[in-house]
Design a protein around this ligand. Sequence first.
Ligand SMILES: [Fe+2]
Length: 434
Amino acid sequence: MACQYFSPCEHGADSFTVMMPKLTFGRGCLNEIGDRAKERKLSRVALYTDPYLKDGPYVRNVLQSLKSAGIEADVFSDIRIEPDDATVVEAAAFLSQGQFDGVVSVGGGSSIDIAKAAMVYTCYPAHVTDYFAPPVGAGRAVPGPLLPHIACPTTSGTGSECTSVSVIRINALNTKFVLGSPHLLPVEALVDPACTDTLPSNAIASTGFDLLCHAIECYTARAYTRWDKVDDPNSRTLLQGANPWSDMSARRALEIVGEYLDRGVNDSSDSEARDNLMWGATLAGMAFGNSGTHLPHAMSYGITHLMRNITTDGYPVASPFVPHGISVVVNAPAIFQYLAEGAPERHLEAAQFLGADAVGATPLESGEIVSKRIVQMMKQTGVPNGLSGVGFGTDDVKALAESSIRQTRAINNAPKVANQSDMESIYSNSISYW
Ligand SMILES: [Fe+2]
């Protein structure tokens, strides 16, 4: 890190802001939704979910709980995994026509992110890219508050219930991009780990590596003190970099995923492991909602853009499809080898939190140690072996780098800033690990 958090830094920001929803965690807490919405005086809510959950027990329980509390609900479920800007337009039209006074989302990151984005364009109509940052959009600020949103994640990875961002695929540019504003933060999160009991093992693996990368990216991000001191507190950067809050939650999330991912993936009856992974995902969301991710997420977007002829067992999604957590982790071992010299002590600590054997190791060895530990966890949980495992080869590295270099915010949040040539080298080193 460039300087100590609480030491004076020339031109350095001297404060950080923590944003969090009211959070309830525990088996069965999904059934609290009716009382939670009633407490907020909601009378009619829009419920966003996906086609696979729509007729299942979680949405049924939520609808029953809302009904028992005297609250009407209409369901929007036309949300594909990795939702796009066309879905945002449809979801906003649904919201604007229903005379709703609140929003509920039940699902993975796709459902929660679409609920957030739909509210933005319903409350403050604009062209769909206007609120996205350049080069994708016009960079307009979301003007004001949205509807009360209660987010209910059903996977142990997204963390979106705790963040003020929505990640949407922009079709015209064929890439994913972040829509961020403090107004996007849900007012409440109901995190019920029972929702993960029936998830297939490869979904636990994918979401588990998403949470792992959220946490390690926050822990190794540049410090918030790199920003200029602000005169207007409302102009403080939303994704501000590593800070004491994100350090605390990222550290515990890394310890949890290091201890429980293998068990949660390889034994679907291990509810202790799956409960812990759900808590780890929440902690990692609390971290990245206030710190921001960096290079592994930036470089995953090239994969999502250029993937072809690839399917993933257990996901009812047409080809091409690579789950988000897999697209993030396949580059991660090579990325942390590259980044470690920018924050060697942090990388060594992160490796130790993940359970790496680092007795007697020095910070100079931290890139190798953290990389080996992630590869070990990838092998234990049966995820694809690097880029070659998701259909890419050395001929693709230039195009992948050209796509991912557009993720300026995330790239600049890393402890060492990669240019396009650096990215090509990292992708080359990510082709396979074993
Ligand atoms: Fe992620």
